[in-house]
Design a protein around this ligand. Sequence first.
Ligand SMILES: Nc1ncnc2c1ncn2[C@@H]1O[C@H](COP(=O)(O)OP(=O)(O)OP(=O)(O)O)[C@@H](O)[C@H]1O
Ligand SMILES: [Mn+2]
Length: 376
Amino acid sequence: MTELKGVWTVRFRVRQTVTASQTSDKAALEHSVHRRPCYETKPCSLILNVQSVVKPSGLHLKLALKLQDFGKAMFKPMRQERHEETPENFFYFVDFQRHNAEIAAFHLDRVLDFRRVPPVTGRFINVTGEILYLTHNEELRSVFFTSPANNTCFFAKCLYVCKSEYAVCGHPDLLEGSMSAYLPGLSIAPRISIPNPWIRTYSFTGTEEWEVNPLYCDNVKKLYPYNSGNRLLNIIDMVIFDFLTGNMDRHHYEVFTKFGDDGFLLHLDNARGFGRPSHDEVSILAPLTQCCMIKRSTLFRLKLLAQSEYRLSDVMRASLSRDPLTPVLTEDHLQALDRRLGQVLRTVGKCVKKLGEPQVVITDFAESSRVTTGNR
Ligand SMILES: Nc1ncnc2c1ncn2[C@@H]1O[C@H](COP(=O)(O)OP(=O)(O)OP(=O)(O)O)[C@@H](O)[C@H]1O
Ligand SMILES: [Mn+2]
């Protein structure tokens, strides 16, 4: 975890890793996939302490772990087997959080050369040795129990649905989960959470304006901060990312305030992706379909990953094979990535046909400064 933390610190300092996604192809792609964070080469740091139970909202039990090297990580326990699909009658906001989706999203983020997801690794935790015996959190200790199958389990104390039926259990002590490196604290690196303009309704019946108004993007384009700079292009990157993973739960995004309006968007919380490999949720792409614009660098990378030599599913399979919890995704999910990538490219193609390439494929500010400075 030390280097994992280091990777993030460096990334934070330089704002975004400046890799040549536009100028070279194979080299840049291989660089982003084969650069190996620490956890791929040596065991992760020991857990020192469980600092807190993060937002113990029953089903979403998460733990904040303090590591031996003073790093911090958020642990999301495994809730669903890899082959299990989200039932079709489930609303996205009651779907499980999937630890493997968090891991896969981090790898996809690197493969796309976005670098907007904090490092995530899979990890087995010994719930007795590494949580129960280490935590100073009395409340957490009090919710540990041994199940009838003799496994060690715990659940979260909270107002709703926090009963032992919703507990997470080791086998008998080992529990799979994702470890996400914590961002620098808010006092060092303040960030704000901003509602997604294409937010979904979080009720059973409501409809949002973007779902019924095909000209919705024209309204967004007039509004600060979407009326200048790269913000809208960044939103479109984000929805392409979410469409590939199938994540419908992007209600907010976060940005570091120090970089002003041009700061990149953080893609935190990807745990609701990879739920239904047989289904492509095209509504996630609404900002792309409605605004008909995309960064040149993103389109370049997507086209590269559609070539048989660098097929997205192959690159992802290779990248994920180094995670301690490999295989992270089933083959069905990997194949879905290729299919969805094709859909994104077809959507862009339709826009280009309708409006012409200059209006659709945009050289963004960051990209043009990369090219002019030759910075890599
Ligand atoms: N790696 C991280 N470092 C620091 N803070 C993080 C990190 N990941 C997530 N967070 C913060 O913790 C909050 C909750 O995490 P997350 O969204 O992943 O879990 P959740 O169970 O879906 O919770 P919520 O229902 O609040 O969205 C996020 O909105 C974000 O502000
Ligand atoms: Mn969330």
